[in-house]
Design a protein. Structure first.
Length: 717
């Protein structure tokens, strides 16, 4: 079956068949909003380089709703990984978080936004991409390497933006339901989605609801049971998420638009255990709550004929509850390893962007942003002596403000030749950073715990970039860019003592990457081709550096008197550096009215030097990654969509001694979907994921799901 599917996709991708000329691509580097109008919310888009794909096609920098639906990618990590240069992963350990990497850069170095509004967790920014549902997403945009300074701070290695949907008709209704089935076709969960919207000459409104419930997922048939995991249903793999989105907008004329949006999402999850770690090394963690709430106002206003003002104002909140249990049954909290750790975060902020047409060939854009992040936490701990209620720490508060100023100039040097240059300056004011325990420099064995503040330090970073884009002819475009961007460290990196194993470093500086790219887009008959080569130099990378500290003070500060032995702890320092480089190519073609094909390939190589660990290897990103697909319609109402997701192995590391880096995770993951339109507005679908039932592991001790099936219905009006 594997050989048959490989051959089928290969034949469809390279048939030597010509057909009608496809539409010419817009210039490389043009804003996505300049592409053809569709259901993407224009006010919420950001600037990316590339061409917006149509239908179920997968673009080099964007992924539309039809592709998300066709490949049954219900969460952000699953969907974005279809884009070249983007890799999905698993955090492993006890956190059970799904990850994304953009050209090797991780979730801390690649900001996530929804309609251009930053999703940021000020304590540690450990975003779980598996919690973000996709049915109400019109488009996923990925800026790689070159991230416009207008987008704000922290775009060190890229940016991911989720553009929500907007109604396009006077009455728009959609409903979906998907039944998920496990390895043996047993019930494994479901997804539901509903949307209703209306659009008129001067206003529009929309509301949507999405819910995903996963009772379990199944391991592959080739999995060998261990003392911790017996195979079949993966233990502790239950999750559930829901999301609502509501929007009302006003468009008084052809140039102005104002909208007010509200989004609420809630999630809960368990965390599967490491399949080989001993019982003593396991953590029994669950998340009863992983909730985000956002209300935001977006606008664009024409100021005469030569100026446009865009604004964003928002308030975001985040509530997270992590519970740690004493036993694998996860029903008792009676030992010191048990705790409840709630996070309450709130962000308020806004931005203004003024675009000035200095001449017909010259456009200058100025941008300013402000954001205020507040984090609150208070851990409840348990022991035999404190039952039944345990002890609860006083609330600990972190508060900081971030400012950003940027300017970007877009100059047309000649017909089809555009030079864009930008510069930005970001700074962060740390106002408060509280901790509960023995103050730094005191003996934790003799000093009572108290609420104290870490040393306050502010930091700043500059950004600069330039890009040349040339539309050589109607079918060919080229671009070259250079961009130097920084990333501020989180509260966790600066101050966390990590259960007594780390020393705070208030003076930790931003990381930096200088990114270079040369790319091209070419239309040849029915084939649309996009490609790029890239190189990034990373400096001041944050690493955990071994540091001698005094055991009686828990810091590098010696005791006031008396003998005190030194022990080896770690401290976050700006000592790492490295080089990332590679290439991407993306192909798509409509060979006939009945056949569309496409695919992409990414090569990524990373050298990252950690002076504290000669054995260190950058983990989680495969050297080779590819995705191939076809959409075949033998009759007008029937669509058959085979696909192949292929990856080579990647580095991972054991989480308990002896610490060993090794390579794992190579797979060929086949997929198949068949859709039948039974009525003009109703479509039935069936499909399979991991068709070959590959048994593979992306991160040490945490195998990925085996074969599963699904059946769906979609109704649209």
């Amino acid at each position: 079956m594997r050989i048959f599917l490989l051959a089928t996709v290969a034949i469809l991708l390279f048939p030597g068949v010509a057909s009608a000329q496809s539409e010419a691509a817009p210039p490389a580097g043009a804003p996505a909003a300049q592409a053809a109008d569709d259901s993407a919310f224009g006010l919420g888009q950001i600037v990316v380089t590339g061409v917006r794909p149509k239908g179920a096609a997968v673009g080099a920098d964007t992924l539309g709703q039809e592709a998300i639906y066709s490949f049954n990618r219900t969460s952000l990590d699953e969907a974005a990984s279809l884009i070249p240069g983007v890799t999905a992963g698993n955090s492993g350990g006890s956190r059970n978080e799904r990850l994304l990497f953009v050209r090797g850069f991780n979730r801390f170095q690649v900001p996530l936004t929804i309609d251009g509004i930053r999703v940021f967790l000020p304590a540690d920014n450990r975003l779980d991409y598996g919690r973000f549902l996709t049915p109400d997403i019109a488009e996923i945009q990925v800026a790689k390497g070159y991230v416009s300074v207008l987008n704000g701070p922290d775009g060190m290695g890229g940016a991911v933006n989720l553009v929500t949907r907007k109604p396009v008709k006077a009455l728009e209704v959609e409903a979906r339901g998907t039944l998920n089935l496990g390895h043996d076709a047993e019930h494994a969960g479901y997804n539901v989605f509903g949307l209703v919207g209306t659009r008129h000459d001067r206003w529009y409104a929309q509301a949507s609801y999405a819910r995903t419930f996963q009772d379990h997922w199944d391991l592959a048939g080739g999995f060998r049971p261990t003392s911790v995991e017996d195979g079949g249903h993966r233990g502790l793999s239950r999750t559930e998420d829901w999301r609502v989105n509501a929007r009302i907008g006003f468009a008084p004329n052809a140039t102005d638009e104002y909208s007010l949006s509200y989004t609420r999402q809630e999630g809960a999850k368990l965390a599967p255990l490491h399949i080989t770690d001993p019982v003593a090394g396991q953590r029994y963690w669950t998340w009863p709550a992983w909730n985000l709430d956002s209300i935001y106002f977006l606008s664009t206003t024409a100021l005469g004929e030569s100026a446009t003002l865009k604004t964003r104002v928002y308030r975001n909140s985040f509530y997270n509850l992590l519970r740690s249990f004493s036993t694998a049954a996860e029903n008792s909290q009676v030992t010191p390893k048990a705790f409840n750790s709630p996070y309450h975060d709130e962000a308020i902020g806004g931005s203004a962007e003024l675009a000035l047409a200095l001449s017909a060939a010259d456009r200058l854009t100025l941008a300013a942003q402000y954001r205020r992040d507040e984090h609150n936490e208070s851990q409840q701990s348990f022991s035999a002596a404190t039952l039944p209620n345990g002890t609860t720490e006083p609330n600990q508060r972190d508060l900081e403000e971030t400012y950003s100023l940027a300017a970007e100039n877009r100059l047309t040097l000649a017909p089809g030749l555009v030079f864009t240059a930008g510069v930005g300056f970001d700074w962060r004011n740390l106002i408060e950073a509280e901790e509960y325990g023995a103050p730094l420099g005191s003996n934790p064995n003799t000093t009572p715990s108290t609420l104290y503040s870490y040393p306050i330090r502010n930091s700043a970073a500059w950004s600069a970039q330039g890009q040349v884009a040339w539309q050589a002819d109607a079918a060919t475009s080229l671009h070259a860019s250079i961009s130097s961007r920084a990333r501020f460290p989180t509260i966790f990196e600066r101050f966390s003592q990590r259960f007594g194993t780390s020393i705070p470093n208030p003076d930790l500086r931003p990381e930096r990457a200088t990114n270079y790219e040369i790319g091209a887009t070419r239309t040849i008959g029915p084939v649309q081709a996009e490609g790029a080569v890239f190189y990034s130099h990373v400096e001041d990378a944050i690493v955990s550096y071994p540091t001698l500290a005094y055991s009686c003070t828990g810091s590098v500060t010696p005791p006031a008197s008396g003998a005190c032995p030194q022990v080896s702890l770690v401290q976050s320092r700006n000592l790492g550096d490295g080089d990332y480089y590679g290439a991407e190519i993306s192909l798509s073609a409509r060979l006939s009215p009945a056949i569309s094909v496409g695919g992409n390939y990414t090569y990524t190589h990373r050298d990252l030097h950690d002076p504290s660990n000669a054995a260190f290897r950058p983990t989680d990103v495969p050297t080779h990654k590819a995705f191939l697909y076809a959409d075949v319609a033998p009759v007008s109402r029937l669509h058959i969509v085979p696909s192949l997701e292929i990856a080579s192995d990647r580095w991972t590391v054991t989480d308990i001694a002896p610490i060993v880096y090794y390579r794992t995770g190579a797979y060929v993951n086949g997929g198949l979907r068949v859709d039948l339109t039974v009525l003009d507005t109703v479509t039935l679908g069936v499909g399979v994921k991991n068709l070959f039932d590959d048994n593979y592991t992306l991160v040490d001790g945490f195998p990925e799901p085996g074969r599963s099936f699904f059946a769906s219905i979609r109704a649209r009006y």
